[in-house]
Ligand binder design. Structure first.
Ligand SMILES: NC(=O)c1ccc[n+]([C@@H]2O[C@H](COP(=O)([O-])OP(=O)(O)OC[C@H]3O[C@@H](n4cnc5c(N)ncnc54)[C@H](O)[C@@H]3O)[C@@H](O)[C@H]2O)c1
Length: 331
């Protein structure tokens, strides 16, 4: 890769909340390779995406702290001494946020405020990058969706992530705790949770494709965009390194959008085998589905010079190869 942005973090002290999760661990691997001093905070709550296997091979180069971001005392002890905070810990299941709204509130909202308070009191010079989500837009009024689109979440998770995002912007604007937010779309790749459809449908599709079993496509005509995890990591690094990102919110998109059925076809094609069945949405999911979505990510491209490098076909191939080798660690 030309001019690897991760080199800007060599010997810098970096804290990653959710660092044993899918995106956090891929970020950690990239930063470890660049020689950053890393602390990963993760609660390893079993139903979430954290997995110690995600840091296989870099265990000696990271400090892992198994703690919960809801614990204010832990956060006050962890935040000092770091140059950067990638704030990725989150409850990510939309459905769980409806059946257990208070846990989502505690993690995605209250704990975010506590993390920022820890920064304000104990390390105001830190730069914070927050992993937000396209879910906060709700059902789009128009496509593609840019950052000026109304925020009108359709589930509890979307509301809490919206508040989490805006705490970061508020602390940037009022207290000068430099921060910004990336509104991620469907992100996929090695180390994503594939156990079930709790977090993302694509994870379980990949698992079933690798196992040679048919998977279900709910609906099928919805348009979506997808970001390969290395491209998402690149966006996080660029946002951390660039002063021009401070106080900003940026959509992260990917390649051209496609329907879920077209994605299913592509997955089967890239896998070289497989089968799927199109069926109706489970009613509890239909209620909180956002329909078609794809991002207008020109702001990110123009402000930070980001561009996705990995095509969907290539990204799916890399992901399938990873799970063919390591699936038992993710079941
Ligand atoms: N993957 C996507 O498609 C996507 C899309 C939009 C936004 N995001 C956001 O990106 C972030 C990372 O998501 P991911 O896909 O890597 O999910 P993930 O579940 O793999 O990672 C989240 C990590 O946070 C940890 N965590 C959860 N609650 C915690 C707590 N209370 N204390 C400490 N650690 C806790 C989990 O154990 C897990 O390791 C999340 O904030 C998510 O909302 C992801």
């Amino acid at each position: 890769m030309s001019a690897d942005i991760a080199q800007a973090f060599t010997a810098r002290r970096v804290l990653i909340t959710g660092g044993l999760g899918f995106i956090g661990a891929n970020l950690a691997r990239r930063l470890a390779a660049a020689g950053a001093h890393l602390t990963l905070v993760d609660s390893l709550i079993p139903e979430y995406g954290g997995n110690l296997f995600n840091i296989a091979g870099i265990e000696d180069r990271v400090r892992v702290n198994i703690s919960d971001v809801r614990d204010e005392h832990s956060m006050c002890a962890l935040v000092p001494g770091h140059d950067y905070l990638f704030n990725l810990a989150g409850q990510t299941s939309h459905l769980d946020s409806m059946t257990d709204p208070y846990t989502d509130l505690e993690i995605n909202c209250r704990a975010q405020l506590a993390i920022l308070e820890a920064c304000r009191k104990h390390n105001p010079g830190i730069k914070v990058v927050y992993a937000s989500t396209r879910q906060i837009y709700g059902k789009p009024d128009h496509l593609p969706v840019d950052e000026k689109h109304l925020l009108r979440p359709v589930d509890v998770n979307g509301i809490n992530k919206m508040a989490g995002e805006w705490y970061h912007i508020l602390y940037n604007n009022v207290y000068g705790i430099r921060g910004c937010a990336l509104r991620l779309t469907n992100t996929y790749g090695p180390r994503m949770r594939v156990k079930d459809a709790r977090q993302t449908f694509l994870g379980v599709w990949i698992r079933l494709a690798v196992e040679g079993k048919p998977f279900e496509v709910w609906g099928g005509s919805q348009l979506r965009d997808f970001t390969y995890v290395d491209d998402a990591v690149e966006a996080l690094l660029l946002a951390a390194a660039a002063p021009s990102a401070d106080g900003g919110v940026f959509n992260v998109g990917g390649g051209p959008p496609l329907s879920l059925e077209a994605l299913a076809q592509l997955l089967v094609e890239v896998n070289g085998a497989g089968d799927y069945r199109v069926c109706a949405f489970p009613p509890e999911r239909k209620q909180i589905d956002i329909g078609d979505y794809y991002a207008d990510d020109r702001l990110l491209r123009q402000t930070l010079g980001w561009q996705p490098r990995v095509t969907l076909a290539d990204g799916l191939a890399r992901t399938l190869a990873f799970y063919r080798e390591h699936l038992p660690h993710y079941l």
